[in-house]
Structures are given as C-alpha cells and as structure tokens.
Design a protein around this ligand. Structure first.
Ligand code: TXA
Ligand code: MG
Length: 319
C-alpha cells in the first residue's frame, strides 16, 4: 500500500480542508500535500486559476498539468478510460499512478491545463488530506509539483512553502511525503500502454496488470514536460560517483562513513527509503554550498528506474 494513513481527520483539520476547498472555488491556489510530492493546486476548470499556476512556477505553457480527482467514477466522467485504464486505476488508485487518456469532458479540465492536447493526465492521490480536499471541492484539481519550474520537487511542507507558498490562498501541512518521487505517468491511448515517466509504481507492477509496455524508443518526446535539465539543485550534480572529491557533497547509498557533507539516501540500500529521501537530501546537500553534489550509483531495478531518471535529469542528461 503506497497511500498514507487513512484515519478520520481531526476537527481542526476538517476546518482547514473546508477553507482550502473554498480557496479553490474562489480561484485561489492551494499548497496540497500528496503521498508523492507537494502539489500547487487550482480549479482545473478555471483558466485564470490555472494561468496563476503557470505564472507562480515559471512553467512553460506547453507542459500540461495532472488533474487530481477523488475517485475512479469522477475520473471516468472526465477521461475516456478503456478496460486497461480501468484495470490500472483499480490496481493502483488511490496512489502514485497518473493515467493519460483521451479527454471526455473538455470544460472540466480547461485547454490551458491540458496545454491544448486532446488527452488529459489524471490521478486519485492517496494522501488523506488531498482526498479530503478533493471530496470537499467536488471537481478536478490540477496540481503540478509545488517547486518553481526546473527545481527539485518539494517533499516537506517547509520546502514546498519556501518554493511557492507566497502565491497560495491556503496551505496544508501534510507532513513529509511518504513516496518522495512524483507519480508514474502512463499513456493509455492507441497501441500498448506507454510509460511516460517512471515513478513509484514500477514497470514490473504495470506489466503485471496490462502486459508488456511500449518500447522505450521515443518515450521522452511524448511527455511534453520531460525537459533535459529538471529537478536540479543549484550545485552541479555528478552521478554514479564511487566517492566524493574535495569540496563535493555526497549522496551515499548503502554503508558509508558519516561526514560533514555526507547524506546517506539509505544506509541499508533500501530503494523505497532512498526515493523518499532523494529530493530533500538534494536540497540539504545544496545548502552546504558544495562545488558539486556527487551521488553514489543506484541499482536500476524496481524503484531504482525512477530514482535514476530523476538523477540523470538533475545532472542535465536527457534520458
Ligand atoms: O506525483 C505527482 O504526479 C505530482 C503530485 C503533486 O500529484 N504532480 C506532478 O505534476 O508531478 P507535474 O506537473 O510536475 O508533472 C506532470 C507530468 C509532466 O511530465 C507532464 O508533461 C505530464 O505529466 N503530462 C500531463 N498531461 C499530459 C498529457 N496529456 N500527455 C502527456 N503527458 C502529460
Ligand atoms: Mg514537476
């Protein structure tokens, strides 16, 4: 289970949720915790609110947003889901999977949010606060990661607030994000299901539900947001480093001696732990003002595919 605890929300949190839903209904932006990363949310049907997201993030307008909804029924009214999309939704929602499918209700997720495409990216997040806001608001909420464009996604409330909190009418503190990497994005259109962005739901988990995925040939070109330099801290990033050089910070993986600029993603070599720590440790390493951030090799299996994808992009390599 990749969702966070599903307990009843305390009364003071219910009030916060109601205020956040009200802010969305008035066209405001909301800092929204999800189980993957913090999002910057707006009413998906309101072009002015959606424009404010692009403005707050400094995001290029050709890069479409993900619509977040409370449940599969709502999703299936907005997007045309075939049996494969339904099977994936049933297997992984609520949770860190985004499904790209043909748009069925164009006014529910406005043109600007879709960057003019005839498809829509949609997901049901697992975080209880996100789910409560979506249920209270009723309609789809577009929410890109709450970082300014090109920077690492925020996985704590403090990091999220520092990035775009000043633009928000409401901000919900949902604690540290359990997954720590953005959702897996798949396209369910003509032909085999295509992996557009690796994430917490792994290739093997997807293939167990829908069979072999499309070949990786030109995946990078198909998701408009997959820019070369992405998730980047201020310091340059050097990947597959066996050890740090002088003046470098080091993101270790597995046993490694403590040190002033050493941040161990997972001393036991656990990929889920490394994913959860990745973006906050990149930020912490950056704060030591190093000459560069060296990162230990991460095995390319399971969740490692998503971690290595983000690291290659942080280092400025395309794919
Ligand atoms: O985990 C997540 O997905 C987080 C949380 C907040 O839900 N959100 C997130 O959104 O990562 P964002 O905007 O940073 O990434 C959305 C990705 C981009 O790569 C974008 O290009 C792709 O989804 N995308 C959105 N709509 C698409 C479409 N119609 N076709 C192809 N790719 C699409
Ligand atoms: Mg992002």
């Amino acid at each position: 289970d990749t969702g966070q605890d599903q307990g009843e929300l305390r009364p003071d949190r219910q009030e916060e949720v109601a205020r956040a839903a009200q802010a969305l209904a008035s066209g405001g932006l909301v800092l929204l915790p999800t189980e993957t990363v913090y999002g910057l949310g707006a009413d998906a049907s309101d072009p002015a609110a959606v424009a404010a997201i692009f403005e707050a993030k400094g995001r290029p307008r050709f890069n479409p947003l993900i619509a977040h909804v409370a449940d599969l029924d709502t999703a299936a009214r907005i997007a045309a889901f075939d049996e494969r999309a339904r099977a994936l939704a049933e297997a992984f929602w609520p949770g860190p999977l985004t499904i790209v499918a043909p748009i069925a209700a164009p006014s529910a997720v406005c043109d600007l949010a879709r960057a003019g495409l005839e498809t829509v990216a949609i997901r049901v997040p697992g975080h209880p606060l996100a789910r409560a806001v979506l249920a209270a608001f009723g309609g789809p909420v577009v929410a890109p990661s709450a970082n300014r464009s090109g920077r690492p996604s925020p996985t704590t409330f403090a990091d999220a607030f520092a990035e775009t909190g000043d633009r928000c009418a409401a901000a919900l503190d949902g604690g540290p994000c359990q997954v720590g990497l953005e959702s897996t994005v798949v396209a369910v259109l003509d032909g085999p299901v295509r992996l557009l962005r690796p994430g917490a739901v792994t290739r093997a988990q997807l293939e167990a539900v829908v069979g072999p995925l499309a070949q990786a040939d030109d995946d990078a070109k198909r998701s408009p947001g997959r820019l070369a330099l992405h998730y980047a801290p201020d310091a340059p990033v050097r990947i597959n480093a066996q050890a740090p050089n002088a003046e470098e910070a080091f993101l270790a993986f597995g046993p490694w001696p403590d040190g002033e600029r050493v941040f161990n993603l997972s001393p036991t070599g656990d990929l889920a732990q490394a994913a959860a720590n990745l973006f906050s440790y990149l930020r912490a390493a950056d704060r030591t003002a190093p000459a560069a951030i060296a990162v230990a090799p991460i095995p390319d299996e399971g969740l490692g595919e998503a971690i290595n994808d983000r690291l290659r992009r942080a280092a400025g390599f395309v794919g």
